[in-house]
Structures are given as structure tokens and as C-alpha cells.
Design a protein around this ligand. Sequence first.
Ligand code: FES
Length: 359
Amino acid sequence: MSTGFHPLTIAEIRRETADAISIRFDVPDALKPVFAFKPGQHLTLRADLDGQDVRRNYSLCVAPQEGELRVAIKRVAGGLFSSFANQGLAPGMVMQVMAPHGAFTWAFDADASNHYVGFAGGSGITPVLSLLKSALLAEPNSRFTLLYGNRDSASIIFLEELAALKDRFMQRLSILHFLEDEEEEVALFNGRLDRAKCAELLERRVIPAADIAAFFICGPGPMMDAVEHSLLESGVARDKVLLERFTIDRPDAAQAAASAARAEAAAGAKVVLVLDGRRRSISFDPALGNILENARAAGLPAPYACKAGVCATCRAKLVSGTVEMGANYGLTAAEVAAGYILTCQSVPVGTDVVVDYDG
Ligand code: FES
């Protein structure tokens, strides 16, 4: 992954709901290889807001086959970047955008004949829509079932696009809407996608769990936890359940104290950082808290967005030595096994730690 930002011009802004837009970027030919993406990935956008360098990750809502680069942004209450994007952006403006990244993806194969299931809640539909369209476009013999939870019908992002997809892929796409504040005739579709609802869906075989090649889950934390637990409890293999978290709860006092103690224990440890082919040796400063902040304080433009262990923008490879990592919601088990770490959550343990952002 290229770690730098690139200036991209906004080609189009489409209002999707009262509080959500999608943004299409123009990608000049020279940057097309940089912005090639896999379904389900996201972009890091950067803006200078009141003198602050603010970065956020937004998922792509398109399939690679559609030939456009488009993300969706839902305004969240008190959200600095999402409010700015929903009000302050216009076509023709230039934004700083990082190359697509993220592990919430799937290698679709034209010869496959699979059934996939997506569980989406609210703006969690964004990467799931990208995967859904990719599955249907790339695999002519595969099916996709989408279970999509929202407050009410006015807040359903991509409602029309999903209806059009349903018409186009009549035999291969099923869409089930779950609304919290509106009464449907069928009681099963009323209320939240919580644990009881998921258990019922599995029990009634609305979702034939054993036949599903992969489950893609993205939405509010409690919904994701409910779906994940229900699937695992019903015997679905861990590696078939793919999760994409947008946010997590702030660390509590005990977690914050534990991470401060971890950093303190690493005071003065030598860490070698590799970025864009350059090597820098630093002495770990615990006051900065983690390897990412140490790298940036040393003048290296190490990439980041959430700084909370969720987005994996700060991912790097641990080439040697040991680190202790706090929260990890962003790396898959396979990435951890391959030696990747979240530098915003890691502190060195002992010396000889070499961390490669290019790896
Ligand atoms: S910056 Fe998001 S996980 Fe580290």
C-alpha cells in the first residue's frame, strides 16, 4: 500500500439520504494503478479543519467492475469530518486521499458457485454493497442475501440502488430489510438485528448457515457482536465471518492505565522504522504512547486515521523483535500471524524492534 496522500478532485456529490452523501472522485490516468481497489476496502480522506489535520476512513460503495471511485459518508452527531463533508464539499474541490486499503474483502472467482450473506446496519451498508455487487458481477453462478437493519425507511442508504439491483439480479439477490421504528406485516422483520433475531433467522433457516461461503458484517458494534456470536454459536467457522468495524467504545480507565504502563515499560527502547525505503532509528518515548506517535514525532509521515485500533491504516510489519499491542479490531488473524501490527496500538518490548511500514 502506498502510504502517502494524493490530491483528487471531487467529480460528483450525490445525496443518498437526508444525512448521507456519496462522493465520486476523478482519478487521473497516472493514479489509476494507485487507486485500483478490492471490494469492501476503504479510503482515508484528510482535511484541515480549524487548523487540525483530521483524517477519516470511508468505505467504497462501488464494485471494482463499475469503474468509479466512490465513498459514502453519513453525518454522525458531533462528527467533525462527516458534518464538514455533508455541508462543506462540492464538485471541483480537491481532497487529499490515501490509496485504498483494508482487509474486509473477498477474492471472488468467476468459476465459483457460492452463497454469500451480508449483515449491514445503517452506514455499514457501504462496504457490504461493494462486496454484494462484486459477488454478483464477478461470479455469474453465485447468490447473495443481504440483511439490512435501519431505524426507518427514510434512513435507508442506497434504497433505490438496492431495488434496481434486485430487479437486475432477480434470481440471485435477496434483500431483507429490518426496521426498528416501523411496523412491518411480518413480525420477523420488525426491530433490531439483535441476538434473538439472528437466532430466529438461523433457526428458521432464512439463513442456511451451513451452506454459506462467507458472512460479511458491518454496522453498529452491538449489532455486529450479536450477529457474530449467533453465527459462531450455530457452528459457523470463524474464518467465514468477516467483520468491518467503523468505531469502537473509548477505552475505559483501566485500559488507558494499562496502555500507559506498557508504554512506560518501553522507555528508551531502540526501534528501527522503515518507511518509503528510508530507515530511521529512534529511542522510544513513552510520553508519546505508541510506535505510530514516536514515528511521527521523528518526522516520518507514518499513515494513520482512527488511532484507535480499528481502521488498520497504521498497519506495518514487525520484521524483528517483539511488541505489545493493545486493541486490535483492524487486523485479521491471518495478518497477525504474518507479523503485521497496528502501530497506533503497539509499544516495543525489549530492543531490536524493526517495524516496516512498506512491508
Ligand atoms: S490508525 Fe486506525 S488502527 Fe491505527
